[in-house]
Structure formats: C-alpha cells, structure tokens
Design a protein around this ligand. Structure first.
Ligand code: IPM
Ligand code: MG
Length: 354
C-alpha cells in the first residue's frame, strides 16, 4: 500500500526518537512491500523558531491531508518565557483540536522483561496488567476559557464538557471493552464537579446499549490509588482530558519507564496522531541516550489504527519484545546484566528484527 505520513519531530529529544521510528517504519515498508513517504514538518519550539508560531496553518493542513501523523515531543526551557498563547505546547493542543482527534489511547502493559523496572511489589504485578486508558483529548479544562485579573493576582481556567463530546469518547470505550475483557471503568470527580456529573450520567445512559460490558464508576482520587494498589482490576478506563493526562503518567510508572509508552489519538475516520506520551527531556537531548521505544511502538499503533496493517504492527511489537528479550536496554530501563545501548543503536536493533 501507499501511505503519506507527516512526521513532526518537535523539540529536544524529539528529532532523535522520530529518526528511529522512521527507520523502523521504513524497514517495515521494505519488508512488506509498501511505499511510505515521510513528510517532515516543524511543530512546537522548532516552529516558533522558524515561523514565529508553534503550529502553522500549512502544517495543520498537511497533517489533515496525510494518512497519519507521527509526532516526537514539544516544549522545553528555551521557550518557557514566550507568551502563553504561543508556547510550544499550544501547538500540540491546536494540532489535536485541528485534527479532531478526540480519543487518546494510552495502553499500559508491563513488558515481562522489564518487570524489574516496575516500582510495585512482585505480588501486585503477578496478575497480568493490560490497561487501556482512553483519554478525551479535545475538551475539558485544556480548551476552556482562561482569565487573569488585571493586577495578575488571580486566575481562572474553565472546565467544560458537552454530552456529544462525552458520548463519542465513551462509545469508543465501550466498543473497545467488548473486544477486550468486557470491563469499562469511567473515572470522574462527580462528587464535586458538574462536568463530571454530566460525564457520569452520559456514560450511564450509554451503558444500557452495551449490556455485555461490565461498567464501574470511580472518583479520580480513588482511581489514582487503585492503579497502584490493584492495577490488574482495570481493563478499559475512560476519563476526561486532565484526569487522563495525570493517570496515564501514573500508569507509565507502573510500566517501568515513560520512555516505553506509545499513544494513538483518533477521531471519526482512520486518520490519527501518534506520539510517545513522554515529553522532550531537555536534560538528555543530543546525547544519544533517549529511549526510542515509545515512539517506535507509536509507529506500530499507526500501522494498526490508521493503515489497517495488523501483521506489520505486530511485527514491530514482536521486534521490540525480541530486543528486550536479548537484554538490550537504554539507560532509563537498564538493570544489571543487561547490555546498555543508545537511542540510535536501539532503533537499529528493532529495525533489524522486524
Ligand atoms: C501529554 C503531555 C501534553 C498534555 C502536554 C505536552 C501539553 O503531557 O501528552 O500527556 O498535557 O496533553
Ligand atoms: Mg502528560
């Protein structure tokens, strides 16, 4: 097949990890007889430096015209002083909104080879952990109105949700749960927030259409605790943008390293935005020590969800598992007895095993 993939390396370690993911995707194309073209564009700080804004209209149009978009990471100290509406992160938010990718899939599993990197007690992770955090991505307090008083001594951020926004996200969650272990946990703060009450009512109403799915409701504070106490109880978790941001970082700690975590952001069609869930890691940029596996695994999700190439997606995931089995580790997941490798070498190893 032919596919046009826009790549957005972004800032700091972004270009390093994207280079490795592109290497692996190019290897997949070669092996399985596909033609992937990679159209590299600027996002975040890189775009601010080149064009004065974190996302240009041309870049957004290219992303919307592409079959899929693969992003690295944005932001960093270099742009901490720019005005709030021009921050690198703003480019990413505008991209998510502009592509209408409202459903953010953040899978959390522990690669058995990395069980030692999980900070939880062995008895807690002896029951397999396979969680799909489904985070709403284009609404909530992330996109609400913000104000700052004239004397700058007070501020507000508005949290807002509408029924259709919750419904379309929840529907994806129910459909996923049906194909997985049939369990869905909806996370909110309905004991305090009106948005959460609307969220819960909507999910409750929708649940009547899915009698085969076992639904539970959890307040976000309790969910944060339950993720640590008994992570294996969760199958699909659906939640709003802000809670999902926080809980997915927590789930990354369970998986052993933020560097291992891929994500897919989807809308109504097959197009999607794929990115590792970690940030731009300015402290390790340019040293060839970043872990490219979260981005490489995001490439696998891209093949699966946007291009419908399940065999090829699995080939990448199996190649990553094989490299880990053979004991290769970037510094963030290194433990005694393993072979420490850099970002480029890790990309080579995965590509060779595809
Ligand atoms: C994430 C990140 C972003 C978010 C930042 C960079 C805006 O933390 O993808 O989880 O908050 O969504
Ligand atoms: Mg985050």
């Amino acid at each position: 097949m032919q596919a046009n993939i826009v790549t957005l390396p972004g800032d700091y370690i972004g270009p390093e990890i994207i280079a490795e993911a592109v290497k692996v995707l190019a290897r997949v194309a070669e092996k399985y007889g596909h033609t992937f073209t990679f159209d590299e564009r600027k996002l975040g700080g890189a775009s601010i430096d080149a064009y004065g804004v974190p996302l240009t209209e041309e870049t957004l149009a290219a992303c919307n015209a592409a079959d899929a978009v693969l992003m690295g990471s944005v932001g960093g100290p270099k742009w901490d002083k720019v005005p709030a509406d021009k921050r690198p992160e703003k480019g990413l938010l505008a991209l998510r909104k502009g592509m209408q990718v409202y459903a953010n899939l953040r899978p959390c599993t522990i690669h058995p080879q990395l069980a030692g990197a999980c900070p939880l007690r062995p008895d807690i992770i002896s029951t397999p952990i396979d969680i799909m955090i489904l985070r709403e991505l284009t609404g909530d307090i992330y996109f609400g109105k913000r104000t700052r008083s004239e004397d700058r001594s007070a501020a507000t951020d508005e949290m807002a949700y509408s029924v259709p926004e919750v419904e379309r996200l929840a529907r994806i969650g129910f459909e996923m749960a049906k194909k997985r272990r049939g369990k869905l946990c909806s996370v909110d703060k309905a004991n305090v927030l009106e948005c959460s009450r609307l969220w819960r009512e909507t999910v409750q109403r929708l649940s009547e259409e899915y009698p085969e799915v076992e639904v539970s409701y959890m307040y976000v504070d309790n969910a944060a605790m339950q993720l640590i106490l008994r992570p294996s109880q969760f199958d699909v978790m659906i939640t709003g943008n802000l809670f999902g941001d926080i809980l997915s970082d927590e789930s990354a700690a369970i998986a052993g390293s933020l560097g291992m975590m891929p994500s897919a952001s989807l809308g109504d069609g097959s197009k999607g935005l794929y990115e590792p869930i970690h940030g731009s890691a300015p402290d390790i940029a340019g040293k060839d020590i970043a872990n490219p596996l979260g981005t490489i695994l995001s490439g696998a999700l891209l093949l699966r969800h946007s291009l419908g190439l399940e065999t090829e997606a699995k080939a990448i995931e199996d190649a990553v598992a094989k490299v880990l089995d053979e004991g290769y580790r970037t510094p963030d997941i290194y433990s005694d007895g393993c072979t420490k490798v850099g970002c480029i070498k890790m990309g080579d190893l995965v590509a060779e095993r595809v």
